[in-house]
Write a protein that binds this ligand. Structure first.
Ligand code: ZN
Length: 324
């Protein structure tokens, strides 16, 4: 292929990538959650996660992505951070297939949806990344929350990690867990808004458009999905170094919240935060587009920083006390 079509193809790919619904904190969010967690892991837990992550089929690739000249300890930490993005990375890996309906975001109606057999399962399981707890502001009938979802899977993986299960299975479950604990601390991963305009729900804000006013002369306001705005609220980067900087700049999480260990409680908090912070003015009823005020964007950024610090501390607690 000559250069110009290659450039066009790449831009088309980017366009497609940005126009598809996104259902995850971006890489910076997950890398930072894992960085925060790693700082709080006991030495024996660090050793155990290191052993397990070596069994991931992408482990050798991760090593090639690390900056040159770093210490062995930093290598192990960055592998742990990159591992937290593995569940998103398989969405771009042609070895994996999209399962379920609704662009892979609704579980298939059979036992494959909650299969937990390890790396021989090449399904993307995109519907494991969130839980659509329904609410409505206009009395629209609510549909039941599909299962399996982030809550059922976090609990399933925690159970396996606490038992004498084979290391290969634990490796798969650990990689998923590193990711999903981050995901459920993004409030829009815990919610679906039902309204007269969206009687089947808005997929955690993926069905709501917002726009971010620019300071340019034309006063443009580029549109994005509400969900994507919150995924990016911490900042945008896929570099472990940027995540380390972000992680170092976070305040320690509130200790009374950190000690809460129940997955359902984390998700109930996220659901409340979504209703009280995300679906608030200038977000109105319906699909938008809604122009985000500076106050809304600042509050979202502050909440994202709190939630990432909290997710990291809870992830560390969980691994220190439950991983065998
Ligand atoms: Zn995710």
């Amino acid at each position: 292929m000559n250069k110009i079509p290659q450039v066009i193809a790449r831009q088309l790919l980017l366009l497609i990538a940005f126009s598809l619904p996104s259902f995850a904190w971006n890489d910076l969010g997950h890398l930072t959650v894992a960085y925060v967690a790693y700082q709080q892991l006991k030495p024996e837990t660090r050793h155990r996660v290191d052993e397990l992550l070596k069994l991931n089929p992408e482990y050798a690739i991760w090593l090639t992505e690390l900056p040159a000249g770093i210490s062995d300890e930093d290598k192990r930490m960055m592998v742990f951070m990159i591992a937290a993005t593995w569940s998103d990375r398989i969405k771009d890996n042609s070895q994996y297939h999209m399962d379920g309906s609704h662009n892979g975001n609704r579980p298939p109606n059979d036992a494959t949806a909650s299969l937990n057999i390890g790396y021989t399962d090449f399904a993307m399981h995109k519907y494991w990344h969130f839980i659509d707890n329904p609410f409505s502001q206009d009395g629209t009938l609510l549909l039941a929350t599909p299962t399996p979802n982030a809550q059922t899977q976090i609990d399933a993986f925690r159970a396996v990690l606490a038992l004498d299960s084979p290391d290969l299975l634990k490796s798969y479950d650990l990689a998923w867990l590193l990711h999903l604990v981050g995901d459920v601390h993004q409030p829009l991963h815990c919610v679906a808004r039902f309204s007269q305009a969206q009687k089947k729900g808005d997929d955690g804000g993926n069905g709501v458009k917002v726009c971010v006013p620019q300071n340019d002369v034309n006063k443009t306001c580029p549109e994005i999905r509400l969900h994507a705005f919150w995924d990016d609220a911490l900042g945008i980067s896929n570099s472990p170094k940027a995540a380390i900087q972000t992680g170092k700049s976070l305040l320690a999480a509130n200790t009374t919240l950190v000690v809460k260990v129940n997955t359902a409680v984390w998700i109930a908090e996220g659901f409340q935060l979504a209703k009280t912070k995300a679906y608030q003015p200038p977000i109105g009823p319906g699909k938008g587009s809604f122009a985000l005020t500076l106050a809304y964007r600042k509050a979202a950024g502050a909440l994202a920083r709190k939630q990432v610090a909290l997710a990291g501390a809870r992830l560390a607690n969980l691994l220190n006390s439950e991983l065998k």
